[in-house]
Ligand binder design. Structure first.
Ligand code: G3I
Length: 362
């Protein structure tokens, strides 16, 4: 009798308790499940190949992929008659196997015409234009049907006065002008867009730039260029706002950039988002709770502002510039002490991830 009592009265009570506990466990959330637009990451070939944590995050969280470096001129076109698509093809195959969109970055960037065979190229302006056309059309042709959008030209305008990069300001050091602007002429941007469009009429073509959140002169130059392209029928479909910012970047600057560029009616891509917490590169920097929260707030602000100021039909997506803090160009390339992304070096979600997620949900 006692045993029967235990079975009928106590056991159901025990089971119902266990069930309640199970129900209390929140299912894990992922960015892509809460976004109404593509959420992207720039990815590095070496990490993708060798790091399973990296691949897992990309699979779980992202619906869009940009190759951080593998589609740039120096990676794909090391000699005049040699193209190399090995790394880029690997990235494309990964993204395709996950059903992710692939955004191409970048057909032309003044920094990567600085490789020696291009710098030493001899020819008149027609020969330079042919070189430009061949490069663009070989890349766009190679990835046709796989890469659905391209940053055609990257960073053509100067920081200080928003003027077109043409002449090298300080010859003998890094060429901060643009070789193709000098050799082909100032119309090289429009021509690049036309050549890309010829090679793949279905691809969406973007102009990509940094610093719009603090340089109204750059915004003005971009708006003037877009108006000119529209007048002349030059195909352009989108604008990339890189958004390499820090926790002190003014929210008004972010809003202003997004609002003004969205007013073109073109698609808007926050194309290289990262948020630095140690902009002065202090060597004694501590990534405190307060700084982590401030960074999370800034991520949330960017995402919410994008959602509220960019009409849905123009929301091309938000891409972070790589995945974990350790993978960021700010550490590997700029050699700074910083923590600018959504995942820590063990690929665990940070507060900044929660901020981004809230920005998608609120
Ligand atoms: O992988 C090689 C390695 O094998 C070699 O030993 C080492 C020695 O220099 O270089 C490594 O490659 C470096 C690569 O980053 C990977 O870390 C390149 O030198 C270095 O130039 C490259 O820097 C990239 C930079 O653009 C220049 O291409 C950064 O990763 C990349 O994040 C950065 O991205 C740019 C965007 O394209 C445009 N907007 C700004 C953004 C940040 O600068």
């Amino acid at each position: 009798m006692k045993i029967q009592l235990l079975f009928f009265c106590v056991l159901p009570l025990f089971l119902s308790c266990t069930k309640t506990e199970e129900q209390a466990v929140e299912p894990e959330e992922f960015l892509k499940d809460h976004a109404t637009f593509p959420v992207g990451a720039a990815i590095d070939y070496g990490l993708l190949k060798d790091n399973s944590q990296y691949r897992n995050v990309l699979r779980r969280e992202h619906t869009s992929i940009t190759a951080e470096n593998a589609m740039k001129w120096n990676s794909t076109h090391p000699q005049q008659d040699v193209y190399n698509f090995k790394d880029a093809d690997y990235i494309v195959e990964f993204a395709q196997s996950q059903g992710q969109r692939i955004h191409g970055h970048t057909l032309l960037w003044y920094q990567f015409q600085n490789i020696s065979w291009v710098k030493n190229f001899q020819g008149d302006s027609a020969a330079w234009e042919q070189l430009l056309k061949n490069h663009i059309q070989t890349l766009v042709g190679h990835f046709k049907g796989k890469v659905s959008s391209w940053d055609v030209v990257n960073e053509a305008f100067r920081d200080d006065d928003g003027s077109l990069r043409v002449l090298d300001k300080d010859p003998g050091t890094f060429d901060d002008g643009c070789l193709f602007a000098r050799k082909v002429g100032r119309d090289y941007i429009a021509r690049s867009f036309r050549y890309a469009h010829e090679a793949d009429p279905d691809a969406l073509l973007f102009y990509n730039e940094y610093g719009q959140e603090w340089s109204s002169k750059k915004i003005q130059s971009i708006l003037t260029m877009v108006a000119d392209f529209k007048n002349r029928g030059v195909p352009i479909h989108g604008l990339g706002i890189q958004m390499h910012i820090d926790i002190n970047t003014l929210n008004t600057g972010i809003e202003n950039a997004i609002r003004q560029l969205a007013a073109t009616g073109l698609k808007i891509h926050i194309s290289e988002l990262d948020i630095r917490v140690n902009p002065n590169n202090s060597s004694t920097f501590a990534y405190t709770d307060a700084l982590q929260s401030a960074q999370a707030e800034k991520f949330k602000f960017v995402v919410k502002t994008y959602r509220s100021l960019v009409p849905a039909s123009q929301q091309f997506g938000i891409t972070t510039w790589n995945v974990s803090d350790n993978d960021s160009w700010i550490i590997s390339y700029l050699k700074k002490i910083d923590y600018p992304l959504l995942f820590n070096s063990s690929y665990q979600k940070k507060k900044s991830y929660a901020g981004f997620l809230q920005g998608l949900k609120e």
